[in-house]
Design a protein around this ligand. Structure first.
Ligand SMILES: Cc1ncc(COP(=O)(O)O)c(C=O)c1O
Length: 417
């Protein structure tokens, strides 16, 4: 039985942008180091997720079981008017924010972890794997696995594993096995440890281990961003936003979100992309300048080149970004559909320094009370800059706050005992 009160508000279908793109996206192709990367997807990705990855149908029905789990983890998330921020900025328009930090795991990542875990369980799989850097994606995967009766294995980059014990505790609480990567669980991890017992790990290594572990044990591997199926699942954010704004009789002038691989931004904006009167601005980190310095070409999804290549804006999969706090924005590429829409000018871009995003995080926390994730604070900084431009007087701004920052407070300095 579904929870009838809130169910009415939830969209029943995900939106897939593929048929509405100005030009078709180029298909994935085999990687540099692996000539059977596409074949590998067939072995590690749940079949239904893979079908959704390559479909050109505009809408995908959301299974009842997934809707029920969306309700469980706090969907629909609220849209809140940021009146105190407006006052602080002396802005005479309105600022609203969609708050994905209100989900059980504290970010939008759970929106795709749930359907991926559900489809894996439906296909008779008992166990899943994934990698995590800072921990948001691993946390979402751990909960989604638990909700769907699966065991989960999260390969967490060793530096984060050591620096973020609370994230580890949350994943353990949800029942996940969390391995510090490089680990002794896979051949690849063992080879690295043999050469350097104290290797700090990297996202590339963690992905390789998660994929290897899935292959060795016939488990399935969950994808956190960049892929089209993930963006389709994230369209729940934009569809809710559209309905909530209509309900409040608000027509937004501009939508602003942050971009790591692109999943929260695309999920937030794509359902409204048909309305040409709405401006859309994607915000990334100056320290990872993929919009201003990225090249549009085929490149590896993962550093190790195990997964297929995608045609996208990229800084190069071997690019080593600065160690900014916004771990989720350190990704080298931009989802292919978003890359196309940036190239053709439909979506504008902005890049924000860590200092400016930290200041935005401080101002937003102080004025609105909700502490945004450092990643989301890039979008907030872009919105603050937009509001300070006199030509944007009187406009209605909507920001996607992709997560809360309660686990990221060391951005303000370590607490001394
Ligand atoms: C809170 C938060 N926002 C944004 C991102 C960026 O990812 P994406 O561009 O896929 O939304 C992440 C990724 O880890 C995140 O944790």
């Amino acid at each position: 039985m579904l929870n009838a009160d809130k169910l009415e508000i939830l969209p029943k279908k995900w939106y897939n942008i593929i048929p509405d793109l100005p030009v078709p996206i180029s298909p994935p192709r085999d990687g540099k180091t692996d000539s059977s990367a596409i074949e590998l997807l067939n072995r590690i990705i749940p079949k239904e997720v893979l079908r959704q990855e390559f479909t050109s149908s505009r809408f995908e029905s959301i299974p009842d079981e997934v809707l029920e789990q969306y309700l469980q983890i706090g969907r629909p998330t609220p849209i809140i008017r940021a009146k105190n921020l407006e006052r602080h900025l002396k802005f005479d328009g309105r600022i609203f924010f969609k708050f994905e930090g209100a989900t059980a795991t504290g970010s939008h990542k759970i929106n795709t972890a749930i359907p991926q875990a559900f489809y894996a369980a439906n296909e008779g799989i008992k166990e899943i794997t994934t990698e995590t850097g800072a921990g948001q994606w691993g946390t979402a995967t751990a909960l989604a696995a638990s909700l769907n009766g699966l065991r989960s294995n999260v390969f967490m980059v060793r530096v984060s594993h050591n620096q973020k014990p609370l994230r580890r505790t949350i994943m353990n609480l949800y029942g996940a096995n969390v391995f510090s990567s490089p680990s002794s669980k896979t051949e690849y991890g063992r080879q690295i440890l043999e050469k350097d017992r104290n290797h700090p790990g990297s996202l590339g290594i963690a992905i390789s281990e998660a994929v290897q572990y899935a292959l060795d044990n016939d488990y399935r591997y969950l994808l956190g961003s960049v892929m089209n199926s993930v963006i389709t699942h994230q369209s729940i954010i934009g569809q809710e936003t559209k309905a909530q704004l209509e309900d409040m009789e608000i027509h937004p002038d501009v939508l602003i979100g942050c971009v790591g691989g692109g999943s929260n931004f695309c999920g937030f904006t794509y359902p409204l992309i048909g309305d040409k009167s709405i401006e859309m601005i994607a915000s990334a980190a100056t320290e990872v300048p993929k919009f201003s310095k990225g090249e549009f070409r085929y490149d590896n999804i993962d550093t190790a080149g195990i997964l297929p290549q995608l045609k996208m804006l990229t800084l190069g999969s071997d690019y080593v970004p600065e160690g900014i706090y916004s771990g989720g924005l350190r990704y080298h590429g931009v989802a292919p559909s978003l890359s196309l829409l940036i190239k053709n000018g439909r979506i504008k871009t902005s890049e924000v320094t860590e200092d400016d995003s930290r200041e935005a995080m401080r101002v937003f926390s102080k004025t609105q009370g909700f502490i945004p994730a450092p990643e989301s604070s890039h979008a907030i900084a872009t919105a603050m800059e937009y509001a300070s431009n006199p030509s944007n007087k009187g406009k209605d701004i909507v920001i996607n706050v992709s997560g809360h920052g309660l686990m990221d407070l060391s951005i303000f300095g370590d607490v001394k005992a």
